[in-house]
Design a binder for this molecule. Structure first.
Ligand SMILES: C[S@@+](CC[C@H](N)C(=O)[O-])C[C@H]1O[C@@H](n2cnc3c(N)ncnc32)[C@H](O)[C@@H]1O
Length: 278
């Protein structure tokens, strides 16, 4: 049975379903500018190495990321890793190689076409690597379809900002983590409130801008979820890679900003690290 959909879920699913069906989007579902080479360029601009990207099944990187949370997670062999909003599987496939055959990498995504694409990619990943340690679930990150205390590490890449109930997502992260388990999440955060025109733009919502919380609100949600050792590391350089000047979403966004301002005055990419008390 389909879970109840908030209007935000519907807008996000429509946009990301389209991307899953027609291809990558240069960080914005309205974009059509990215060929395969450009998508890799965007991924390298937000922190992935060419070597890591070369290990991925074709189509696993859709140019939708805003950082490299897997690189920051210090994954160990045998760990169980969960990627929230796993898209076509980018971080799941990288994590699976790091945790090895004794570990597991699990993706959760609410967009059926994305889950289908990730599962197709998983078949080619298994053939190429011999690893059979990835699984993709259809589900919402506000109600993660996994038991309590079942994962060592929660990853996510440019997804939490798309949720209409981000506090619930943080409570769910704390619930599914094992005691001592850790978080490595890349997401967008606001440095100051957005102008109303940007807040109301569906393109800016699905482009991971207008749903981003203010940093102080994000910090409060992570704390309220009971997570400890919290750290919030801005990655300002990722914004330039995510909003290339020839991308239609960049144009749309710049058109909505007050004259003389730029996107990086309002929004930045951030790596969030935290831990569940042992
Ligand atoms: C910007 S894309 C990022 C995909 C992937 N993490 C990557 O870096 O390639 C956002 C993904 O999150 C999924 N998503 C957004 N909101 C979600 C929610 N509330 N529950 C589950 N999945 C969600 C979308 O379907 C989409 O696949």
């Amino acid at each position: 049975m389909e879970p109840t959909l908030h209007p935000t879920h519907r807008k996000v699913q429509d946009a990301y379903g389209r991307i899953a069906r027609i291809g990558g989007g240069c960080c914005g579902p309205q974009s059509g500018c990215c060929g395969g080479g450009r998508i890799d360029e965007v991924a390298q601009g937000v922190g992935y190495s060419a070597e890591d990207l070369a290990t991925l099944p074709e189509g696993a990187n859709l140019g939708l990321s805003c950082g490299n949370p897997t690189a920051m997670a210090e994954l160990k062999a045998g760990e169980t890793v969960l990627d929230l909003g796993s898209g076509a599987g980018l971080d799941v496939f990288l994590a699976a190689q790091r945790v090895g055959p004794e570990g597991q990498a699990i993706g959760v995504d609410m967009t059926r076409d994305m889950v289908a694409k990730a599962r197709t990619n998983a078949a080619s990943f298994r053939r190429r690597t011999g690893l059979d340690n990835v699984v993709f679930h259809h589900g919402q990150i506000e109600a993660i379809p996994l038991p309590d205390a079942s994962v060592d590490v929660v990853l996510s890449n440019c997804v939490l900002n798309l949720s209409p109930d981000q506090s619930a997502v943080w409570r769910e992260i704390a619930r599914v983590l094992k005691p001592g388990g850790r978080v490595s999440i890349s997401d967008m955060v606001l440095l100051q409130p957005l102008p109303e025109a940007v807040r109301e733009s569906v393109i800016a919502l699905v482009g991971c801008i207008s749903g981003a919380p203010l940093l102080a609100d994000l910090q409060a949600m992570v704390q309220a979820a009971g997570l400890v050792d919290r750290a919030f590391l801005p990655k300002g350089e990722a914004i330039e890679a995510m909003l290339p000047l020839d991308d239609p979403m960049t144009h749309h966004l710049l058109g909505l900003l007050p004259a003389g301002t730029k996107a990086s005055d309002f929004v930045t990419s951030l790596i969030i690290s935290a831990r569940k008390q042992a």
